[in-house]
Design a protein around this ligand. Structure first.
Ligand SMILES: Cc1cc2nc3c(=O)[nH]c(=O)nc-3n(C[C@H](O)[C@H](O)[C@H](O)COP(=O)(O)OP(=O)(O)OC[C@H]3O[C@@H](n4cnc5c(N)ncnc54)[C@H](O)[C@@H]3O)c2cc1C
Length: 385
C-alpha cells in the first residue's frame, strides 16, 4: 500500500466509479439473499468468488498481490455501499475477513505466503480468518497461551482460539501463537491451513447478531504447521497485531456510521409514510428532532472517521485517532439504531424490519476489534496518563 496517492480529483473519480459498481453488485448479488444467509448462519463461498471477480475484495489492497490498488478509503467506500444497499456490518465481517487475515502477510513481504494465501483470498478463491482471541485472553492479547514449539521444519501447535470470524469456512487462519516466553514479546503469527492434522474447527457459536457471519472455536492438538508459514520474524506477532488493529478499527468505525446512515434513511422513510393522530410521524416535533439528532451524530461520525482514514492513507500514525474514531462512530451508531427501532414502533421489533437486524448487529461494534473501554485506554495512554 505504499503506492503513490491519487490527486484529489483522481481519487474522487476512482471512488465514484467504485461506488457505482459496488451498488450494482449489492442490488444484484447481496440484498435479495440477506434473509436466506441470516437464516443459514453464513454466506456462500460463491459470494466470495463473485465479489473477488467484481473487484470488491481487492479494493484498498496492493495490485502486485492481486488487489485493486488504492487505500483504506477505497475499502471504506465498498463497506459504505454494501450497508447502504441493504447489506450489513455482519455481511462485511463475513465477506471481508481477509481484511483482518492478510494485511500482516502482505506487510511481511514474503512472496510464498502472498501467493499461497493473500492472492487467492483477494480473488475470493480462499477464505482467510484471524485467530487472536482465546478463552482466557481477549482484550489482554499479551496473555495468549496457544503455544508453537519449533521441531525441525515445523511448529507443533497446542491451544485453543475462540470467537473466530469465518472460522468455520476458513481455508487458512492467521494465528497468534506463543513461540517465546511470557508477555507480548513471546508472540508470533503463524498461518494454519485447513486440513492440518491436529487442527480442528469446534462448534459454531450462536450470536445475538451478525447472523450471516459464522463464528467458531478452533483447537490445536499437536498440529504440525510448516515453519515457512511464519509471518514476519519470531517475536513480532504482538507488534503486527497491534499495527493492523488500526485499519481494522477504522473499518469497524465505517461499518458503524454506515449502519447509522442506513437506519436514519429507513427511519425517515417510515416517519414520512406512517400516520398517527391525524398527521405523519414526520410532522411531530419530537420525531423531527430525533431524526435531526440522528442525522447530526451520523454526519459528525462519518466526517471524523473519513478524516482519520485520510491521514492513515497518507502514512500518518493515527493509532489514537483510530480509537477515537471507533468510539465516536460506535456511540453514534448505537444511539441511532436504538431510535430507528423506536420510530418504527412495534414493526421495529419484528424480524421482517431491516432496522431490527441492524439493532442486533450494531451491538458487537463496541466489542470486536478492541472494546470501547480498550479504545479509551489507548487514548488515555497517548495522553501520557
Ligand atoms: C462476533 C465476534 C466476532 C469476533 N471475531 C474475532 C476474530 O475474528 N478474531 C479474533 O481474534 N477475535 C474475534 N473476536 C473477539 C473480540 O476481539 C473480543 O471479544 C474482544 O477483544 C474482547 O475480548 P473478551 O471478549 O475476551 O473480553 P474481555 O477482554 O474479557 O473484556 C470483558 C470486559 O472487560 C473490559 N475490560 C477489559 N480490560 C479492561 C481494562 N483494562 N480497562 C477497562 N475495561 C476493561 C472490556 O472492555 C469488556 O467490557 C470476536 C468477537 C465477537 C463477539
Amino acid at each position: 500500500m505504499a503506492e503513490a496517492l491519487s490527486t484529489p480529483a483522481e481519487l474522487d473519480e476512482e471512488l465514484r466509479l467504485l461506488r457505482a459498481s459496488v451498488r450494482a453488485f449489492v442490488a444484484r448479488e447481496v440484498a435479495p439473499h440477506m434473509e436466506e444467509w441470516e437464516r443459514a448462519g453464513e454466506v456462500p463461498r460463491s459470494l466470495h468468488e463473485k465479489a473477488g471477480a467484481a473487484g470488491l475484495l481487492g479494493a484498498g489492497f496492493p495490485e502486485e498481490a492481486g488487489g485493486g490498488g488504492g487505500t483504506l478509503l477505497h475499502t471504506m467506500a465498498v463497506v459504505e455501499e454494501i450497508i447502504q444497499g441493504g447489506g450489513s456490518s455482519g455481511l462485511c465481517a463475513a465477506l471481508f475477513t481477509h481484511g483482518i487475515a492478510i494485511p500482516h502477510i502482505l506487510e511481511a513481504g514474503n512472496p510464498d505466503l502472498t501467493e499461497r494465501f493473500a492472492r487467492p483470498a483477494l480473488a475470493g478463491r480462499k477464505i482467510g480468518a484471524l485467530a487472536v482471541s482465546e478463552p482466557d485472553a481477549g482484550s489482554d492479547v499479551a496473555r495468549i497461551r496457544t503455544r508453537a514449539v519449533r521441531d525441525g521444519g515445523h511448529y507443533v501447535v497446542n491451544g485453543a482460539k475462540t470467537f473466530v470470524t469465518s472460522g468455520l469456512r476458513a481455508d487458512f487462519v492467521t494465528t497468534a501463537v506463543r513461540t517465546g516466553g511470557e508477555g507480548h514479546r513471546g508472540l508470533s503469527l503463524l498461518v494454519v491451513e485447513k486440513g492440518t492434522p491436529g487442527f480442528t474447527v469446534g462448534r459454531r457459536l450462536e450470536k445475538m447478531g451478525w447472523s450471516c457471519s459464522d463464528t467458531a472455536e478452533l483447537a490445536f492438538a499437536d498440529a504440525r504447521v510448516p515453519a515457512v508459514n511464519l509471518v514476519g520474524v519470531e517475536g513480532s506477532g504482538f507488534r503486527q497485531v497491534m499495527r493492523h488493529f488500526i485499519s481494522e478499527r477504522i473499518v469497524l468505525a465505517t461499518e458503524a456510521y454506515a449502519t447509522a446512515q442506513r437506519c436514519l434513511d429507513l427511519a425517515v422513510r417510515w416517519a414520512r409514510a406512517r400516520q398517527a393522530f391525524g398527521t405523519r410521524l414526520a410532522d411531530k416535533p419530537v420525531i423531527r428532532h430525533k431524526l435531526a439528532e440522528m442525522a447530526r451524530q451520523t454526519d459528525v461520525a462519518r466526517e471524523y472517521v473519513r478524516a482519520v482514514a485520510g491521514r492513515h492513507a497518507a502514512g500518518e500514525d493515527v493509532s489514537r485517532e483510530a480509537a477515537m474514531a471507533k468510539n465516536t462512530a460506535v456511540y453514534a451508531c448505537q444511539w441511532v439504531v436504538h431510535e430507528a427501532v423506536q420510530i418504527h414502533g412495534g414493526m421495529g421489533y419484528m424480524r421482517e424490519s431491516e432496522v431490527e437486524r441492524h439493532y442486533r448487529d450494531a451491538r458487537v461494534l463496541g466489542i470486536g476489534g478492541g472494546t470501547s473501554e480498550i479504545m479509551n485506554e489507548v487514548i488515555a495512554e497517548r495522553l501520557g496518563l
